[in-house]
Design a protein around this ligand. Structure first.
Ligand code: SAM
Length: 280
């Protein structure tokens, strides 16, 4: 038995493991996959928790279904990052989607997850999936007016995810949308990284006509939660524009119309942060 920790910002999260299933330094990052005592499999990149089997459903369901239900009839979806396949797995449940593209920079993450994390990487088995290996910031620039929904499931700033946290990238994201398109991006925890939450919301409010911020409860992420920016030029992003078919909804454990509604209601300090972001 060994304890594995993510540490930073003055504190850490420690998880008890039973086996170190995979360890390799790729061109972009250190990749580690563990079996744990209580939390199922654990994926870490550069020592930062990406997912555990215990609560990945919360993050992946919200990242996939919330933006797709913000669009009235999405057909073509792009995931940037998301190498573990969890967002793809959730998108795959939605049979009205026609093309599921993923642009992941590190093909070694995909390979490791396909071998050791089939629970999430089964997302790649869907015949609608098209995999593009490369930097998502370049991919969106090279594919204007192409997607109904773009989901940015990135690592934190620093490392290969750095270009995915700037204003230029968000302008290119908007350019890669078809008319009526919606974006959703991993946008950090307001307890842990309020400066980044402020910056990303200021960017989305500046660039898109409608922008908002939802929070997802994910116990194994530092502070137990993570946020997502949601934005569109076409419509207010809070109301649900389309419903999931009942048979799909029945497979879910987190996303629902009421969980969606709740995710946009915040404690005072977050509301104040978002008001500041709207003022620019
Ligand atoms: N849900 C996770 C989190 O927030 O902790 C993120 C999961 S997913 C594993 C993140 C993926 O983003 C990684 O596989 C990483 O290789 C990929 N990534 C980082 N920077 C990227 C970039 N510039 N373009 C495309 N993919 C990128």
């Amino acid at each position: 038995m060994a304890w594995v920790s993510e540490v930073g910002g003055g504190y850490g999260t420690t998880i008890e493991t039973t086996a170190h299933l995979f360890s390799r330094k790729s061109r972009y990052q250190q990749i580690d996959i563990y079996e744990t005592v209580k939390l199922g499999k654990l994926l870490m990149l550069d020592g930062i928790i990406q997912l555990t089997g215990f609560d990945e459903f919360a993050y992946h369901e919200m990242m996939a279904h919330l933006p797709c239900c913000t669009h009235p009839a999405p057909e073509k979806v792009l995931v940037i990052g998301g190498g573990d396949g969890g967002v793809l797995r959730e998108l795959g449940k939605n049979k009205s989607l026609q093309e599921l593209h993923i642009c992941e920079i590190d093909e070694e993450v995909i390979g490791a997850c396909r071998k050791f994390l089939p629970e999430t990487a089964c997302g790649y088995d869907d015949p609608r999936v098209r995999v593009h290996i490369g930097d998502g910031s370049l991919f969106v620039r090279e594919n204007p007016a192409s997607f109904d929904v773009i989901i940015v499931d990135s690592t934190d700033p620093g490392g290969p995810g750095e270009p995915l946290f700037g204003e230029a990238f968000y302008r290119d994201l908007k350019g890669a949308l078809r008319p009526g398109g919606v974006i959703a991006s991993q946008s950090e925890s307001p307890f842990l990284l309020p400066d980044i939450v402020l910056r990303l919301n200021a960017i989305t409010n500046k660039i898109f006509k409608y922008a908002d911020y939802a929070v997802i409860q994910v116990p194994t992420y530092p502070t137990g939660q993570i946020g997502m920016c949601v934005a569109s030029d076409a419509r207010d992003v809070r109301p649900q524009a389309s419903e999931l078919p009942p048979e799909l909804q029945a497979t879910l454990r987190y996303y629902s119309p009421s969980a969606r509604e709740g995710a946009f209601h915040h404690p005072l300090f977050v509301d104040r942060l978002l008001q500041k972001a709207r003022r620019g």
